[in-house]
Write a protein that binds this ligand. Structure first.
Ligand code: NAP
Length: 297
């Protein structure tokens, strides 16, 4: 009898999640049986019992894999038995699985972001652009940790700006020890960073929810401040497909992209992890997932 893959996503709220569509498309493309369900779990402490119940389903084999999203990516860590090196380094998880009888947490956001950056650069024949440069990351939450970790691993210098500068400092403190060279720098919130600006950077990443539906008129960048010249703008937000930040960047003649590519790449890596398929299947999975997104837009 063929295996049935029972997969899902825990988070709150989950109303606009594209993950079921992505994973159903991958199951179908790979001729696998299974389902991917949304499991809304409120923030802790209210959601504690619900969250533990889902983890028990994984431990007991009633679930084969779970994704984790806001607000549980960091708070779930104490409930797990072990972390992959990527999850350990970033201090956040987005993918859970049983290995072999330990509940393990992985972080595929980091490689998902990096793989998409490479994909886009190669599609635009701009591989050279992504020799290590300087990046400015806005926000210091779970996604920022993944982005900063992967950029620094690839020898980028990364500046981190957060509305609460102590959070950016904590991120630097936590991530720096696992890095080959001191490449991270916490900077003040943009509003108070006048002496740093205008700034030269090759890549600007929005890792805050500013601009996300329904608050589409919000932007993480100050209205009166031009965006850094010649930089790529990568908005992790993908709903709407063009955020206010992206629109401003394009008006200024800059290349701007949303977070859909990262979403697809992180999902594909989680799918490989759960199904045990090898990386050879990655192009098939990625193209099925991309087609699923195009069908819905
Ligand atoms: P998170 O852990 O909650 O972190 C959010 C960060 O943004 C924190 O530093 C937070 O600062 C800051 N922030 C929140 N509201 C803000 C505001 N009004 N003004 C200034 N800063 C604000 O969330 P996350 O998991 O990192 O996700 C961040 C964004 O990335 C979300 O939009 C998420 O959908 C997106 N994302 C996309 C992908 C993808 O695959 N494309 C993957 C992961 C995440 P405080 O702590 O001070 O609130």
């Amino acid at each position: 009898m063929s295996q049935l893959f029972r997969l899902g996503l825990v988070g709150w709220p989950l109303t606009h999640s594209l993950s079921p569509r992505l994973h159903q498309a991958a199951l179908q493309a790979c001729n696998l049986d299974g389902e991917y369900v949304l499991v809304p779990v409120p923030p802790l402490p209210d959601g504690q019992a619900d969250l533990e119940a889902q983890l028990n389903h994984l431990r007991q084999g009633r679930l084969d894999g779970l994704n984790v999203t806001i607000p549980h990516k960091l708070s779930i860590l104490p409930l797990l038995d072990r972390l992959t090196p990527a999850a350990q380094a970033t201090g956040a998880v987005n993918t859970l699985y049983l290995d072999p009888d330990q509940l393990a947490g992985d972080n595929t956001d980091a490689d998902g972001f990096w793989n998409d950056l490479q994909d886009q650069a190669s599609r635009l024949h701009l591989e050279g652009k992504f020799t290590p440069g300087t990046a400015l990351v806005l926000g210091a939450g779970g996604a920022a940790r993944a982005v900063v970790h992967t950029l620094a691993q690839h020898n980028w210098q990364v500046l981190i700006s957060s509305r609460h500068p102590e959070q950016a400092q904590k991120l630097v403190q936590d991530l720096a020890p696992s890095l080959p060279a001191p490449t991270l720098l916490a900077m003040p919130a943009l509003e108070t960073a006048a002496s740093w600006l205008p700034l030269r950077c090759d890549l600007l990443v929005n890792a805050t929810p500013l601009g996300m539906h329904p608050h589409t008129q919000a932007s993480p960048w100050l209205e009166q401040l031009p965006l850094p010249e010649a930089c790529w703008v990568y908005d992790l937000v993908y709903h709407p497909p063009e955020t206010l930040l992206m629109r401003r960047a394009r008006q200024q003649g800059l290349y701007a992209t949303n977070g859909l590519g990262m979403l697809v790449h992180q999902a594909a890596l989680a799918f490989l992890r759960w199904t045990g398929l090898t990386a050879e299947k990655l192009p098939l999975i990625l193209s099925a997932m991309r087609a699923a997104i195009e069908r819905q837009s």
